[in-house]
Design a binder for this molecule. Structure first.
Ligand code: GDP
Length: 446
C-alpha cells in the first residue's frame, strides 16, 4: 500500500530531525518541507498541506518554548495531532443501533466500489448481530441488481430490487417499506453511480433521499483517484447530506491522501476503508491508530485486540503481565509470530507493532512477509530456552550466534539481522512499559 510510503517518508523526516545536534528554525523548516512533500505526493490537497505547515509552525514557536523543552517530541506530537485533526471532522457519524431501525443510503460514482461496499457494510453489521437488508435502487447500470443480488445471496442478506421498474425512487421506497415490515434493523439503499458528476445523478440522489429519509448518507470514494478527491467529495456533499465517508481500494495503488481530502470536503469522518474485493476485506477506520501506524508509532490497542482474538485465553494474562513489566524476550516474539501467522494480512498487523516502522516492515507481498517470519522462527527454533527467555542483551555471544546459524541452516548475518530487529522491538517495548494498563484493558490505549 502506498500509504506505507507516506508513513515512511514522514517518519524519516522526523528521524532526520532527531539526528540533528541542534534543533533550530532551519532544521524544523527542512523537516516540515519534507513532510509537506510527502503529503503532496500522496495526493493530499495543496491547501490542506499549506495549512498544516503553518499550524505546526505556530504550535512549535521555538522562541516561546522553554529552554529545556524537548523540541523534537513537541514537533512529533504536533505532526501527529495535525494529521489527526485533518482526519477528524470533530463530530462523530451516526452509528446504527439495533434497538432503533435505521436507513443508510450509499452514494458515489460508478466504479467507486459502492455496490461491493454496501454488501461489506451489511455483512459487517450482520456479524455484529444486526438484521441488515439491501435495496438496489441503481436502475442506471445494467447488471447492478444482479451484482447486489449475487453478493447478498452469498452473505445470506435479504435484498430487494427489480429488473422491470426504471424509477429508482419507487424501488427505494418499496424496498424500505418491505424491510421495515420485515423488521430489518439496518436497511441499506444502494443508489445509481454515474461516470462523472452529472446533474441528473445528483437530482436522482436528492429524490431518493427525500423519499426514504435516510438516517445516514455514506459517500463511497475510490482511494486511488488522487487530487480529484476533494472536488468529487465536495460535489456530493453539496447535493446530499453526506454524513460519513468510506474509502475503497486502499489495498491497491491508493496513495491515501484522498481520504484526508474527502474528510475536509465533506466535514464527515471516514468510518471504514475497503482493503480488497472480498466481503470481509473491510476495516473500521479509527483516526488515532491510523495516524499512529502511518508514522510508524504502532497501534498497541489494535494489536492487543488482534492478539486477544487469536490467542488462547489462558495465555493472555501472562503475556499482558510480561508486557506491562516491559519484558520482551525472544520467546515472546516467537509466540507473537505464531499468533501473527494466524491473524491474516501480515503487513497490516505488522504496522500495529510499535517499532515496526515502514523500514522494518517486510516489504512486498504478504507471502514475503510470511516467509520472513517463518525464517525468523526457524532461527529461534535453534535457540536454547535460556536464550529465548533472556532479558540480557549481552548473552548472545559470537559463539552462540554461530551455533544458532549452523543449527538453523542460515547465515550468521541472518541471525544478526534477526537479533537486531528484536533489539529494536525490545527497546520500544521497554519504553512503553508504563503505558500499558496492568489490568489488561487495552481499549483505552491508542
Ligand atoms: P460501483 O460501480 O461503485 O457499484 O462499484 P462496484 O462495487 O461494482 O466495484 C467496482 C470494482 O471495484 C469491482 O471489481 C470490485 O470488486 C472492486 N472493489 C470494490 N471495493 C474494492 C476494494 O476495497 N479493493 C479492491 N481491490 N477492489 C474493490
Amino acid at each position: 500500500m502506498v500509504l506505507a510510503q507516506l508513513g515512511g517518508s514522514i517518519s524519516r523526516a522526523l528521524a532526520q530531525m532527531s539526528n540533528a545536534t541542534v534543533v533550530d528554525e532551519k532544521v524544523i523548516a527542512e523537516c516540515l518541507n519534507e513532510i509537506s512533500r510527502a503529503l503532496l505526493q500522496s495526493d493530499v490537497q495543496f491547501k490542506m498541506v499549506r495549512d498544516m505547515q503553518s499550524n505546526i509552525k505556530r504550535i512549535v514557536d521555538l522562541e516561546s518554548l522553554a529552554a529545556g523543552a524537548n523540541k523534537r517530541r513537541i514537533i512529533q506530537q504536533a505532526v501527529f495531532s495535525e494529521l489527526c485533526n485533518m482526519l477528524d471532522p470533530g463530530k462523530p457519524s451516526f452509528t446504527p443501533k439495533k434497538a432503533k431501525p435505521s436507513v443508510v443510503m450509499f452514494v458515489g460514482l460508478q466504479g467507486s466500489g459502492k455496490t461491493t461496499t454496501c454488501t461489506k457494510y451489511a455483512y459487517y453489521h450482520q456479524q455484529k448481530g444486526f438484521k441488515p437488508s439491501l435495496v438496489c435502487a441503481d436502475t442506471f447500470r445494467a447488471g447492478a441488481f444482479d451484482q447486489l443480488k449475487q453478493n447478498a445471496t452469498k452473505a445470506r442478506i435479504p435484498f430487494y430490487g427489480s429488473y422491470m421498474e426504471s424509477d429508482p425512487v419507487k424501488i427505494a421506497v418499496e424496498g424500505v417499506e418491505r424491510f421495515r415490515e420485515e423488521k430489518s434493523d439496518l436497511i441499506i439503499v444502494d443508489t445509481s453511480g454515474r461516470h462523472k458528476q452529472e446533474a441528473a445523478l445528483f437530482e436522482e440522489m436528492r429524490q431518493v433521499a427525500e423519499a426514504t429519509k435516510p438516517d445516514l448518507v455514506i459517500f463511497v470514494m475510490d482511494g486511488s483517484i488522487g487530487q480529484a478527491a476533494f472536488d468529487q467529495a465536495h460535489a456530493f456533499k453539496q447535493s446530499a447530506s453526506v454524513g460519513a465517508v468510506i474509502i475503497t481500494k486502499m489495498d491497491g495503488h491508493a496513495k491515501g491522501g484522498g481520504a484526508l481530502s474527502a474528510v475536509a470536503a465533506t466535514k464527515s469522518p471516514v468510518i471504514f476503508i475497503g482493503t480488497g474485493e472480498h466481503i470481509d476485506e473491510f476495516e473500521v477506520f479509527d483516526v488515532k491508530p491510523f495516524v499512529s501506524r502511518l508514522l510508524g508509532m504502532g497501534d498497541l490497542s489494535g494489536l492487543m485486540n488482534k492478539i486477544q482474538d487469536v490467542m488462547p485465553a489462558e495465555q493472555q494474562p501472562e503475556l499482558l503481565q510480561k508486557l506491562a513489566e516491559g519484558t520482551f524476550t525472544l520467546r515472546i516474539l516467537y509466540e507473537q509470530f505464531q499468533n501473527l501467522l494466524k491473524m491474516g494480512p501480515i503487513g497490516q498487523v505488522f504496522s500495529m507493532f510499535p517499532g515496526f516502522s515502514s523500514e522494518l516492515m517486510p516489504k512486498g507481498s504478504d507471502k514475503e512477509s510470511q516467509a520472513k517470519i517463518k525464517r525468523y522462527m526457524t532461527i529461534m527454533d535453534s535457540m536454547t530456552d535460556a536464550e529465548l527467555d533472556s532479558t540480557n542483551p549481552k548473552l548472545m555471544s559470537e559463539s552462540r550466534i554461530i551455533r544458532i546459524a549452523r543449527g538453523s541452516g542460515r547465515l550468521v548475518r541472518d541471525v544478526m539481522d534477526m537479533l537486531e530487529e528484536y533489539k529494536k522491538l525490545a527497546k520500544m517495548w521497554s519504553k512503553m512499559k508504563l503505558k500499558i494498563p496492568k489490568n489488561g484493558d487495552m481499549s483505552a490505549m491508542t
